[in-house]
Design a protein around this ligand. Structure first.
Ligand code: RTP
Ligand code: MG
Length: 155
């Protein structure tokens, strides 16, 4: 295997309803592509309450939970699967802090958002959660695999 292959991970990224409604899909996807991450799956969905409740089940009982579920079901979401070296921590760096008012300039939330309850995008926070979330949002056949044979023009 090539050097660096051992840290290649998959993650689940969701563009939340505010990202769609504000016309920020291209900007946000562009940042992941420019970073060098590879798109494996992409789907535009109106999530059910049940799906969002499972997705954010770790936050059940928190004061913001009900508002979070209402926000995430308020319109279509762009669900995606990406692959890349250290993508789980690296994608969370691209997003910036959960609260956009504390997120650094240059990050998605730092550049494009102001409120924690309207923070544009979700990224998985661990390898276990990434696989759990990919399984919640996607059927196996909806996710491509990047074999080395397909990467004719890149490392
Ligand atoms: P996400 O799961 O959406 O990628 O965000 P995160 O890891 O940065 O933050 P997390 O703690 O998992 O929170 C999930 C989402 O809940 C909303 N939230 N509101 N204090 C609040 O009002 C509050 N805290 C969290 C945000 O939409 C956050 O992204
Ligand atoms: Mg989270």
């Amino acid at each position: 295997s090539a050097p660096g292959d051992s840290c290649v991970e998959r993650t689940f990224i969701a563009l939340k309803p505010d990202a769609i409604q504000r016309g920020l899909v291209g900007d946000i996807i562009n940042r992941f592509e420019r970073k060098g991450f590879h798109l494996l799956g992409l789907k535009f969905v109106q999530p059910s309450r049940q799906l969002v409740e499972k997705h954010y089940e770790e936050h059940l009982g928190r004061p913001f939970y009900e508002g979070l579920v209402n926000y995430m079901t308020s319109g279509p979401v762009l669900a995606s699967v990406w692959e890349g070296k250290n993508i789980i921590s690296s994608s969370r760096s691209l997003l910036g802090a959960t609260d956009p008012s504390k997120a650094a300039p240059g990050t998605i939330r730092g550049d494009l958002a102001t409120q924690v309850g309207r923070n544009l995008v979700h990224a998985s926070d661990s390898p276990a959660n990434a696989e759990r979330e990919i399984g919640l949002w996607f059927q196996p056949e909806e996710v491509q695999s990047w074999s080395r044979a397909l990467k004719k023009w890149i490392n």
